[in-house]
Design a protein around this ligand. Structure first.
Ligand code: HAM
Length: 423
């Protein structure tokens, strides 16, 4: 058998898993302040949740989905992102019936068959929020602020982040704009790569995302959505900016920011960092998707949200020199002089653990000396030493690993004495 994890996946070993848990804790605490509640949706869905939601012509749907038939012949897809699933779930469970607002957050693995590189995985982890039911521009400014504050709270300096902002328009103004970009691409096709020329027919706005220098130069002359927004979209966009200005959230307008999912309408945004990430520099992004629920056959229900990538955020944190604190693995180590007191040691450790004290002991029959070394490695501040003499007098020795002082403690007082010594 092949004992390596599949290409584009990675084991989250304890140091990284701890960072993931830390990031989830920070998210839970911050998002709760803005009224978000947790939601867990399945890791796979009927394929059309994604083809309809994200769009057939996107890279995700056309190239990157893990799709398979289940044993009953249904087409199933591992989720490439969370928004489509959350909106499907909100519709199925009537979470936004009668104009109710639903504010939901999620965290978990997503799957995209991409070419792996630094910060780009086939299984990656996202944390996201979705705010359903509100079309007001304060909702946009709030969602963007949550993402900005989240990265700040984790320790990424504001000065090393760039928040890009754009409006994608809506069904009133975008079709004509798409046509004008398609016409522009056809007119300049000789200077563009084959893929961009093909995009003129399927998804012309994606040509703004082409990384080739020649295409970028040409696309810099393309018509801009900023100049094509209808009055309602222009007013909404202006209001979003006013609210962001009011909160002091710094943004850069980027009229070529189109993002890779077709469900977006109006506001889109992305936070990028320069250090540590190379070309995969977007650590989080999102936008509004006011037509998505209708796409699934539901009532018109505005919505917006964001998702951030765990792996890229971790790289950004490393580049910013942020250490995620590792708690000691044990507060107390219960060491034994020899195996004749094993049962007493095991029982003492359990009493301490039951009292909420992180306690370790040796399961491998090591010498007392190497038990002390192990206690050090685990970061234990106290060692309870138990030997036949101590047991005979109903006591144990409590050693303070910092001051190196020792004292005898009655076994019957163990929990109270150890607890008091750790304060
Ligand atoms: P997205 O921009 O496709 O948006 O992904 C959000 C974040 O997930 C990216 O900024 C990046 O940090 C991370 N990410 C995406 N693909 C990969 C990958 N292959 N490897 C590692 N990290 C990756 C969405 O997924 C939307 N659902 C966001 C949203 C929520 N829009 C509205 N609500």
């Amino acid at each position: 058998m092949n004992a390596q994890a599949p290409k584009g996946t990675a084991d989250m070993l304890p140091a990284v898993a701890r960072a993931w848990e830390h990031m989830q804790r920070v998210a839970q605490e911050l998002f709760a302040r803005y009224g978000y509640e947790p939601v867990y949706t399945p890791l796979f869905e009927h394929t059309d949740v994604f083809t309809r939601g994200i769009g057939e012509a996107t890279d995700i749907v056309s190239k990157e989905m893990y799709t398979f038939e289940d044993k009953a012949g249904r087409s199933i897809t591992l989720r490439p992102e969370g928004t489509a699933s959350v909106v499907r779930s909100a519709l199925e469970h009537n979470l936004t019936a009668n104009g109710a607002q639903a504010k939901l957050y999620y965290a978990g693995p997503m799957f995209r068959y991409e070419r792996p590189q630094k910060g780009r995985m086939r299984q990656f982890w996202q944390i996201g929020i979705e705010c359903l039911g509100s079309d007001g521009a304060t909702a946009d400014a709030e969602v963007i602020t949550v993402l900005w504050r989240y990265f700040e709270t984790l320790g990424i300096p504001a000065g090393s982040m760039r928040l890009l902002l754009n409006s994608m328009g809506d069904e009133q103004c975008r079709p004509a704009y798409r046509d004008s970009v398609a016409a522009f691409i056809r007119a300049r096709s000789a200077e563009l790569c084959d893929e961009c020329v093909r995009r003129a027919e399927s998804n012309p706005l994606r040509a703004f995302d082409c990384k080739k220098d020649g295409c970028r130069t040409v696309m810099a002359d393309a018509p801009l959505l900023r100049d094509a927004l209808c009055d309602a979209c222009a007013a909404h966009y202006a209001e979003v900016k006013t609210h962001l200005n009011g909160l002091g959230i710094p943004y850069v307008e980027d009229s070529t920011l189109v993002r890779g999912l077709d469900y977006y309408t109006r506001t889109v945004f992305e936070i990028q960092v320069d250090a540590g990430l190379g070309s995969q520099n977007a650590i989080g992004g999102g936008g509004r998707y006011d037509r998505l629920m209708q796409e699934y056959g539901g009532p018109p229900t505005p919505g917006l949200g964001f998702a951030l990538g765990f792996e890229r955020t971790l790289l950004a944190l490393e580049a910013a020199g942020v250490d995620i604190p590792a708690p000691p693995r044990a507060d107390v180590f219960v060491a034994r002089v020899d195996d004749s007191v094993l049962a007493e040691v095991f029982a003492l450790a359990q009493r301490l653990r039951d009292a909420g004290i992180a306690t370790e002991l040796d399961h491998q029959g090591r010498s007392l000396k190497s038990q002390f070394k192990q206690a050090d490695r685990l970061g234990a501040r106290r060692v309870a030493v138990v030997g036949p003499d101590e047991i005979a007098s109903g006591e144990f020795t409590l050693r303070d690993m910092e001051s190196k002082q020792e004292r005898r403690v009655a076994l019957s007082e163990a929990v109270a004495a150890v607890t008091a010594s750790l304060v």
